[in-house]
Design a protein around this ligand. Structure first.
Ligand code: WTA
Length: 643
């Protein structure tokens, strides 16, 4: 069986690893299990700088937790200032390449200057602790600079992925009641400018809390600046002072809010705080990525998602790494851009997604084979389950059977990696995220919370609080409690199904709720359905995910139309654009299927399970006795593609 294959790190890798061998892993895990307060407390003292020491490692009042109670620290200080008195002062912190090929190498000292100046700009605009900044930017160094400047002053930031539309941006600004929006004219993707400022202009008339819009000039294309509201970054920055002290903040001060899809139409504002978040982001850099000072480390995610927050910005900078940032598409100008970058900058650690890996497989081995990838020593994967075939390809073609692969399972809510091999310690099995990291207690349970037998499928839950866990949902503690803690009392419900094999290895199987995972991007079926029914032609909509060779899942929309004569071919096209307009360019339906009615239970609930079966197999095998209109199912099953 494929899953019996296991890959151990080479002796050479283990020799230099931060955690060596299974004994090393077991010792850490045991200590964290038996003495969590001491374990995390010692790490907090050793790994982070504190302005004032905390008094208690954690305080657990389920479902609310506090870490390093009473401690005062600052994330921006930990990511920058504390390195300046060390050999890292002139080390490259951010190694950036724009899509057109422009480069910037920003040392820790220079990062300090950029962040201090921009923090002074924010201060001069009257922003203070607890205010909110929405950041809507391309992948340029000013994005982490803006985040770190906010963190320096205790301003809570919320980065909105540049692929989100004006509608999605508006909803987030409104929910957060942000005072400032930090944006750019646009960025480069696949040779074209992706404009950002026009979306801000479209969103803002309904966002009364926003006083200022700060615009960074990246592409230089003409745009309208609204007097009294819009300000140029470079003009404000010109007169800003070069130093700015980091504000000592409570360990539990919110650092950021990041919106993610849940099971309702409304995105959830996941709240992460300061001390605990930073500690776990830092520790996972050392454990999972086996970070050494001389490494060049590249995470290919977009900072608009949690992976970019924890593993391009906060984790790597706190750990003193050189973190690579690339602005554009992997296939621009040719499908070998990633391999070109790795060769050029001698990247040692590469962290990317199964979707990217599968699309590289499709493009052919000639692209990576044309480059010298010998600098690589460790590979990572995140965002979705990686199928063993893609894993094997990654291992052979990119890692040349020399680099361990870390398949890292975690979520926006968990803040940091939770389940992953520690590469010098835990042998990998392709397709399994393997074992939990120190301090993490996962369990696979049935609907009553009872652990299931080995190899049986169940719900993946986490049994103890961990430092980087979400603290709440922004201004909705009730939803936080209901969503994550009510179903299996005392346990954090991940929303994923999993299985544990006889060796204790965890195999994450995918979501069990109405959340889709397309190219590693989380999308809520409810959110998409509400977007569709806002279209004037649509009466009802049901959205389901369908397995897809490259993107893991693809979006299929079942739609019933209002009375009238419709050109369905044209309408299918319009609805695709409509969804992109309502949510964002990354959320394009693969299929729009029209039908006269949708299958519903007697109580009127759309039976998505049935629709999933239809799109997966084109037959219905499940129980249909609760259906209102059976003929609907038959008709839908008979169709293949109604476009
Ligand atoms: C899925 C991304 C299998 C999972 C960091 C989870 C994975 C959701 C893996 C979170 C993995 C992430 N193996 N599934 N290694 N990593 N997932 O919030 O379904 O964007 O619940 O965080 O992605 O997605 P999110």
């Amino acid at each position: 069986m494929a899953e019996d294959r296991s890959y151990s790190p080479s002796r050479e890798f283990v020799e230099h690893a931060n955690v060596k061998g299974m004994e090393g892993y077991r010792a850490l895990y045991k200590r964290a299990l038996e003495q969590p307060a001491e374990f995390w407390g010692e790490l907090a003292d050793k790994e982070l700088f504190w302005f004032e020491k905390w008094s208690k490692a954690f305080e657990w009042n389920p479902p609310f937790v506090k870490w390093f109670v009473g401690g005062k620290t600052n994330v921006s200080y930990n990511c920058i200032d504390r390195h300046l008195a060390t050999h890292r002062k002139n080390k490259v912190a951010i190694l950036w390449e724009g899509e057109p090929g422009d480069q910037r190498m920003i040392t820790y000292q220079e990062l300090y200057r950029l962040v201090a100046r921009f923090a002074n700009v924010l201060k001069s605009r009257g922003l203070k602790i607890g205010d909110r900044a929405v950041i809507y930017m391309p992948m340029i160094p000013e994005l982490p600079v803006a985040m770190l400047a906010c963190a320096r002053l205790g301003i809570i930031h919320s980065v909105v992925f540049g692929g989100f539309s004006a509608e999605a941006l508006k909803a987030r600004i409104q929910d957060l009641e942000a005072q400032v929006v930090i944006t750019a004219d646009g960025g480069w993707r696949r040779g074209k400018e992706v404009k950002l400022k026009p979306a801000v202009d479209e969103a803002l008339p309904e966002c009364p809390t926003v006083r200022d819009v700060i615009v960074y000039r990246r592409t230089g294309s003409p745009l309208e600046m609204k007097a009294g509201r819009d300000l140029w970054w470079h003009e404000l920055d010109e007169t800003a002072a070069e130093t700015c002290d980091a504000v000592p903040l409570d360990s539990e001060a919110p650092l950021y809010v990041l919106y993610t899809s849940g099971t309702t139409g409304k995105p959830k504002g996941i709240v992460h705080t300061t001390g605990g978040y930073l500690l776990q982001a830092t520790m996972t850099m050392k454990w999972v990525f086996d970070l050494h000072d001389e490494d060049t480390y590249w995470c290919t995610a977009d900072i608009g998602w949690v992976t970019g927050h924890s593993y391009i910005v906060y984790g790597p900078l706190s750990a003193g790494a050189t973190t690579v940032m690339y602005e554009g598409a992997p296939d621009c100008p040719q499908p070998d851009r990633f391999w070109r970058l790795i060769e050029k900058y001698r990247v040692n650690i590469l962290y990317t997604s199964p979707t990217a890996i599968r699309s590289f497989v499709r493009q052919g081995d000639q692209w990576p084979n044309a480059h010298d990838l010998s600098s690589l020593r460790l590979l990572g994967s995140v965002g979705e389950p990686i199928n063993p075939a893609a894993w094997e390809w990654y291992h052979k073609t990119i890692g040349k059977e020399r680099c361990p692969i870390v398949d890292t399972w975690w979520q926006t809510e968990t803040g940091a990696i939770m389940i992953s091999p520690i590469p010098g310690a835990v042998p990998a099995k392709p397709g399994s995220a393997t074992l939990p990291l120190p301090g993490i207690l996962p369990e696979v349970v049935d609907l009553n919370g009872k652990p299931v037998e080995p190899n049986c499928e169940g719900l993946l839950v986490i049994q103890r609080p961990w430092p980087s866990m979400l603290r709440t949902i922004w201004r909705d503690p009730q939803r936080y409690e209901d969503q994550y803690w009510r179903r299996i009392p005392g346990n954090y419900l991940t929303g994923d199904a999993a299985r544990r094999d006889a060796d204790g290895y965890l195999w994450v199987l995918g979501r069990v709720d109405d959340v889709m995972n397309i190219s590693g991007h989380r999308l809520s079926t409810m959110e998409l359905e509400s977007a569709l029914v806002r279209h004037p032609a649509v009466a009802e909509a049901a959205v389901v995910g369908k397995p897809h060779e490259i993107t893991g899942q693809a979006m299929v929309c079942f739609v019933t139309l209002k009375e009238g004569k419709w050109d369905t071919e044209q309408l299918a096209q319009d609805l695709r654009l409509w969804v992109a307009h309502e949510i964002g360019s990354f959320a394009k339906p693969e299929q729009i299927r029209f039908s006269e009615a949708l299958p519903k239970t007697r109580s009127g609930k759309i039976m998505r399970r049935l629709l999933r079966e239809i799109v997966t197999s084109n037959t219905v095998v499940g129980d249909v006795t609760t259906l209102e209109d059976l003929s609907v199912v038959t008709r839908l099953s008979a169709q293949t593609d109604d476009e």
